[in-house]
Design a protein around this ligand. Structure first.
Ligand code: APR
Length: 232
């Protein structure tokens, strides 16, 4: 029986929880240019703008609820050893009950020292203020990976993908590296399901089953099939 399931998720899995995807909205993210709010240069130029932007995103995340796709993936743990690798900075997988979630791009409910990215802390409520500092006395920022920054746990994620016995990809356009390259670490003999209303093109990938569907429809259906052993 298949044991280790690895699920790589992106913004699309949280879309039906009311959180917007990135590339479905004209290259803008909630009305902002990415360079103005999600790069180290933006933080240098205008830290208050960046802080306020992520405070708003945190408010949205706290108000959002996990959807049927998040809950179905949590349920999959009843029969499989499931690891979720998510590009999302929301905590909806955890709130749905998933116990092994790797956040490639950080998580917005935590803060991070602006001089040492390894120092992270939980945030009470939605607001991180200018003047809130880490134990070293430097300003705290959101614990998210900005464009131009390293993805510190990419090697750990690649190992998890290489060990997968079944792989699921959902809600990501695979436009952003290094996350997009993870699919190529999955062994060629392993079955790979892609659940997305607009299935991304992936070259050089074998054993792919495309399920063209929204996450809240496609993921529960797939989970049900896997759990009743209809698909192996
Ligand atoms: N269910 C499933 N998938 C959906 C849904 C839905 N209801 N709605 C949209 N999608 C799909 C789109 O078809 C697309 O393939 O979700 C994907 C969203 O792609 P992006 O907006 O590019 O999001 P993502 O791939 O997560 O972006 C990666 O880019 O901006 C950075 O760091 C940010 O983590 C993010 C990274």
């Amino acid at each position: 029986m298949i044991k280790r399931v690895v699920v790589l998720t992106g913004a699309g899995i949280s879309a039906e929880s009311g959180l917007k995807t990135f590339r479905d909205s004209d290259g803008l993210w909630e009305g902002y240019n990415i360079e103005d709010v999600a790069t180290p240069q933006a933080w240098q130029r205008n830290p208050k703008l960046v802080q306020d932007f992520y405070n708003m995103r945190r408010k949205d995340v706290l108000a959002a609820k996990p959807n049927a796709a998040h809950f179905a993936l949590a349920k999959l743990e009843e029969q499989f050893d499931v690891t979720i690798i998510t590009q999302n900075i929301d905590d909806l997988h955890e709130r749905a009950g998933s116990t092994k979630v790797v956040h490639l791009h950080g998580i917005i409910t935590r803060s991070q020292s602006s001089i040492n990215p390894e120092l992270t802390y939980p945030i009470e409520g939605w607001e991180l203020r200018m003047g809130d500092v880490c134990e070293l006395g430097s300003q705290l920022r959101a614990h998210v990976v900005w464009f131009g920054e390293d993805v510190p746990i990419i090697e750990q994620a690649a190992k998890i993908c290489a060990d997968a016995e079944l792989f699921v990809l959902s809600g990501t356009s695979l436009a952003v590296y290094p996350a997009a390259g993870l699919v190529h670490y999955v062994k060629s003999g392993v079955k790979k399901y892609i659940v997305d209303p607009n299935v991304p093109a992936v070259s050089r990938l074998s054993n792919v089953v495309e399920l063209q569907a929204k996450a809240t429809i496609g993921i529960p259906k797939l989970v049900e099939e896997l759990m009743s052993n209809n698909i192996k």
